[in-house]
Ligand binder design. Sequence first.
Ligand SMILES: NC(=O)c1ccc[n+]([C@@H]2O[C@H](COP(=O)([O-])OP(=O)(O)OC[C@H]3O[C@@H](n4cnc5c(N)ncnc54)[C@H](OP(=O)(O)O)[C@@H]3O)[C@@H](O)[C@H]2O)c1
Length: 296
Amino acid sequence: MESKEPEPSFSSLSLSSTRWWSEDTVAIVTGANKGIGFAMVKRLAELGLTVILTARDTTRGHKAVESLEGLGLHVHFFCLDVSDPASIKTFAAWFGQKFGALDILVNNAAVSFNDINENSVEHAEAVIKTNFYGAKLLIEALLPMFRRSASVSRILNISSRLGSINKVRNPKIKQILQNDKLSEEHIDGVVSMFLENVKSGTWMNQGWPEIWTDYAVSKVALNAYSRLLAKRYEGCGLSVNCFCPGFTQTSMTRGKGTHTADDAAGVGAMLALISPEELPSGKFFVGFNPIINSKL
Ligand SMILES: NC(=O)c1ccc[n+]([C@@H]2O[C@H](COP(=O)([O-])OP(=O)(O)OC[C@H]3O[C@@H](n4cnc5c(N)ncnc54)[C@H](OP(=O)(O)O)[C@@H]3O)[C@@H](O)[C@H]2O)c1
């Protein structure tokens, strides 16, 4: 995913003239008990969609739902741990039975175990399993349920500019990920190579991203997979884009950041709700003022 060659800014996009959705439009947000995910659920519910707030912890999830109810917003809840394939399977079965059709999936759930200036890879496996495979397995489980109507179904993967392809310094890995014939096996291979480097203690010299390396690799993989999916579903009623919300004040950044989760979610919701006529696919949206988008 290149963040250079910016294309036209989307900062002029507004929701006012483009209301294509209704209360029958169904959105799922993962990792939504707090932070940007919670704020995304709030914004989408305010805008009148049917929203399913998911969280890995039932108590935390219910607490989030209650706080939205306190604001007069009704959302649905189901427990979903994206790092657990059994949990994904249970959720997909429940969703299929209760709702049947899906319009918007926001893959937001993610972990990082590092403080801002740290770069430990102690939890690399959990990071990759949650941030990359969590999103991927959930997408696979829900793919048959996307409505793919005239309003165009959409997947918005919450990614990070730390996972831009230009953060990868190893030319061979870069080449694999940028290849036009990129396959899921190629992405899995890159991720496995990273985890092997971690196990053998050689990861520092292999040209992986320098900042929050395990997290960055998880997002590199998520971006590459998004590009692959966007290409696969081109013209088939399903759009796949990534969004980096920028440095946002959440638990992940220990409260540091240039803006609030509500600010980030305002932009995220706007991107998730781009009108079917304007909706791109295979794009990486970065930043706020202006929002730049580049090819995945
Ligand atoms: N904050 C930033 O500056 C920033 C910048 C770029 C990108 N992002 C991205 O924005 C997204 C949201 O992050 P955030 O800043 O809002 O962080 P956050 O406040 O830490 O929220 C992360 C959410 O993900 C959930 N989660 C973690 N592991 C999960 C799992 N296995 N299954 C389901 N949910 C899980 C967490 O649940 P628990 O409460 O149970 O832990 C929490 O609800 C992430 O994708 C992140 O990578 C954030």
